[in-house]
Design a protein around this ligand. Structure first.
Ligand SMILES: *Cc1c(COP(=O)(O)O)cnc(C)c1O
Length: 378
């Protein structure tokens, strides 16, 4: 191999720390000589029920047509969404996962020299999307309970703009947030939207929206009607059980939606994903089963954490952040011990939380295997 001394590519791309996902089951099985079928993966907030059967059936119906390109405009899926959400189809952008929407938002509104604001301990993709366009990331210190501090975020917008050095183009907010599970009330978000300057685009990431309890629920689409600078993103990867298909969507008024559509790949959402999403959206039974399972699993995990005297953060999502020790090596150490037993969870040192582990809520028996192993390790 010939090594070159010249550096290829842009500095801001070289500076990106690649995304670290949950480890694939096959990889862990290979590395530790484990039986794949015995591995428990609670690392990527996937739906433990897997895919809905309705989606599998819908995909088999379109499978014979995969020689053709997908519908570039996702007409049918947008129709279903438009009826469901009570908005016109041209307010919807489909994405190759909602990650695609987050990235499109950054690319559509920000460039080198601009500032993008999000909370510390927020979803890692915000920082990746920011760096990819060469913009400056401003991480705002969270509240004492690790949630987004919207007041501090508003102050950060104001301070940055009044310094005259950079323009704030975008703010990412996740509700609930991953990996902390923290939740913002509708009132807090509404105040934020009414106060933030209208030239700043706000992305409200609702990847876990379907897991909110009835008391926590709110309708962000009503805000989209009032605020032209708001983009709400949603995912089919979590509650709808379609993570492997890569599909999500964004809702915004036509001006912002049109921008996203100009820069997306023409065929960014494949035919199988479109068909599966239509079926999953209408499968209210599957959604309810997943919700109930999640409530039971949350109780199961947090009861065990309490018994083990482990602090955890109350979560509005399908995962729980638990503190497994006081030293900076705790998360990595307990994680390794779990992996060796075939249990994959998510260390969050890269989120600045080295004492913690994020546990996706699984099936009752998966949660039980994890709890038993954790008890044993500690
Ligand atoms: C999982 C997740 C997403 C989206 O994932 P996609 O699979 O790309 O739809 C978006 N935001 C947050 C906060 C997430 O945790």
């Amino acid at each position: 191999m010939v090594t070159k001394s010249v550096k290829l590519g842009l500095q801001h791309v070289q500076d990106i720390a690649p995304y670290i996902g949950g480890r694939p089951i096959s990889e862990v099985a290979r590395e530790y000589g484990l039986d794949e079928s015995k591995i428990v993966k609670l690392a990527s907030n996937e739906n433990p029920l897997g895919m809905p059967q309705s989606a599998i059936d819908a995909m088999s119906r379109v499978a014979s047509d995969l020689g053709r390109y997908p519908d570039s405009n996702g007409f049918e899926l947008k129709e279903v969404l438009s009826n469901r959400l009570g908005i016109p189809s041209d307010w919807i952008t489909l994405g190759n996962g909602s990650n695609d929407i987050l990235e499109l938002a950054a690319r559509a509104v920000a460039q080198a020299g601009d500032t993008i604001i999000f909370s510390k301990h927020a979803f890692a993709v915000y920082s990746l999307a920011t760096q990819a366009v060469g913009a400056q990331a401003l991480e705002v210190i969270p509240t004492a309970d690790y949630g987004h501090d919207l007041t501090a975020m508003l102050a950060a917008v104001k301070n940055t703009e009044s310094s005259g050095k950079s323009k704030v183009k975008l703010v990412f907010i996740a509700n609930p947030n991953n990996p902390t599970g923290s939740y913002l009330s509708a009132a807090a978000i509404e105040t934020f939207l009414s106060t933030i300057p209208s030239h700043v685009v706000v992305v409200l990431d609702e990847a876990y929206n379907e897991y909110l309890s009835p008391e926590q629920r709110y309708n962000a689409i009503e805000w989209v009607k009032r605020f032209p600078n708001l983009l709400v993103s949603r995912s089919f990867s979590k509650a709808y059980g379609l993570a492997g298909l890569r599909i999500g969507y964004g809702v915004a008024q036509p001006e912002l939606t049109d921008l996203l559509n100009r820069i997306r790949q023409p065929f960014n959402v494949n035919s199988l994903a479109q068909a599966a999403a239509i079926a999953a959206l209408q499968d209210t039974q599957f959604l309810q089963r997943g919700y109930d399972l999640n409530c039971a699993g949350y109780a199961q995990l947090t009861t065990a954490f309490t018994e083990l005297n482990l602090p955890f953060l109350p979560s509005a999502g399908n995962f729980v952040l638990v503190r497994v020790g006081d030293d900076e090596g705790a998360g990595a150490r307990v994680n390794l011990a779990l992996v060796k037993r075939g249990i994959i969870v998510r260390p969050v040192g890269n989120y600045g939380l080295p004492q913690w582990l994020r546990i996706s809520i699984g099936l009752p028996e998966e949660n039980a295997i994890f709890i038993a192993a954790l008890r044993d390790i500690l």
